[in-house]
Design a protein around this ligand. Structure first.
Ligand SMILES: Cc1ncc(C[n+]2csc(CCOP(=O)(O)OP(=O)(O)O)c2C)c(N)n1
Ligand SMILES: [Mg+2]
Length: 365
């Protein structure tokens, strides 16, 4: 168990931290760009929901460093069993903003065919397993996948992310226990954003931290500054190397703050203490990384402006295209489960056709 909290940004003296971590200038740019893409995407999606154009959205505001820093430490073929607040991970693995916007609209180009809740992304080709609505279910699925990786000896590592509130679910304990017993190749990332909707972290655990919980299962816990992308990357890199070399799991507690509402269905001003958000805004993970990049001469105003303009256009174009795309065709409701439809579903399909013939297509089609 590491004592205290791991930080990298702001440390004085010695070699440049990113060089020590083996990160190139290209890597730094990619990390920063992904954080800004998530921020711009978030801001736009919230506006779209507020103006009634999409139904629901879960912002990642303030938590960009946690999930992007951790995922960057993985190989592209490693498995991810994600929390619902991690849109930067698919973006890092090459999923486009367009694909994600189609999902939020649930239209015919949505790869989940409008059957999933908005924001519940799922990308089979990049080993990004479907986001789960029931809290913590991804943790046991991830432990099972890590068990499979160990049996198959395929060299893959599993990352599963979840919130502080999710550690109160039985599935967290079951997953951690299985991983500890079998020394599985898995990294648990707890994004401690201080809140589980309106429940503060003080009511979530009697332990002195979340990281310390790993001790009970026989492996290491690391508490890291979750608004410091280089610190998260460092913790994740060490944990991933450890997992890949057969030395078992790690629990990373990334200490961060949810700077926006829990989701677009929430109003945090009703329960957060005055001044809390303002205090955390001073530790904004993007601003902190930007300052570091400025110091090492990777960031300048011109690049920032170009980045923001390009991303804003990319998001706007994606929205236009999603709004011009039809909803999924009704027949798709009957696809993907049975190779041959059973009699009762055939009857339902006929009934649907009859209703459409009689009343026409529902509004929006
Ligand atoms: C099993 C279960 N119980 C309750 C909920 C309702 N719920 C959705 S999100 C949430 C809070 C989760 O907090 P946390 O794990 O800290 O994640 P955060 O939203 O803060 O990122 C709750 C209680 C749920 N989705 N699943
Ligand atoms: Mg939380």
């Amino acid at each position: 168990m590491t004592k205290g909290m791991l930080t990298v940004l702001g440390k004085k003296g010695g070699k440049k931290p990113h060089e020590e971590l083996g990160l190139s200038v290209e890597d730094l740019k990619r990390l920063y760009e992904t954080m800004v893409r998530v921020r711009v995407f978030d801001e736009k999606m919230i506006k779209l929901q507020r103006s009634g154009r999409i139904g629901f959205y879960v912002p990642a505001l303030g938590q960009e460093a946690c999930h992007i820093g951790a995922a960057f430490a993985l190989d592209d073929s490693d498995w991810i069993f994600p929390h619902y607040r991690d849109p930067g991970i698919p973006l890092l693995r090459g999923i486009t903003i367009q694909e994600m916007v189609h999902q939020l609209y649930g239209n015919a180009a949505d790869n989940t065919k409008g059957r999933q809740m908005p924001n519940h992304f799922s990308y089979k080709d990049i080993n990004f397993v479907s986001i789960s609505s029931p809290l913590a279910t991804q943790i046991i699925q991830a432990a099972g996948a890590a068990y499979a990786a160990k049996i198959k000896k395929d060299g893959k590592v599993v990352l599963t992310s979840f919130g502080d509130g999710s550690t109160s679910e039985g599935d967290f304990h079951a997953g951690m226990n299985l991983a500890g017993v079998h020394a599985l190749p898995i990294v648990f990332l707890c994004e401690n954003n201080q809140w589980a909707i309106s429940v503060p972290v003080s009511l979530q655990t009697g332990s002195e931290s979340f990281a310390i919980k790993a001790q009970a299962y026989g492996f290491d816990g690391v508490k890291v500054d979750g608004n410091d992308i280089l610190a998260v990357y460092k913790a994740a890199k060490e944990s991933v190397e450890k997992a890949r070399s057969g030395r078992g799991p790690t629990l990373i507690e990334a200490v961060t703050y949810r700077m926006g509402p829990h989701s677009t269905s929430d109003d945090p001003t009703r329960y957060t203490p005055e001044g809390e958000l303002e205090a955390w805004k001073k530790k904004d993970p993007i601003e902190r990384f930007k300052e570091y990049l400025r110091q090492v001469k990777v960031w300048d105003e011109e690049w920032e402006n170009e980045l923001r303009t390009t991303i804003a256009k990319e998001v706007d174009d994606a929205v236009k295209k999603a709004e011009a795309t039809d909803p999924p065709a009704p027949d798709t409701l009957f696809e993907d489960v049975f190779a041959e439809l059973p009699a009762q579903l055939l009857a339902q399909k006929d009934e649907m056709k009859r209703l459409i013939d009689e009343y026409g297509m529902p509004e929006g089609h």
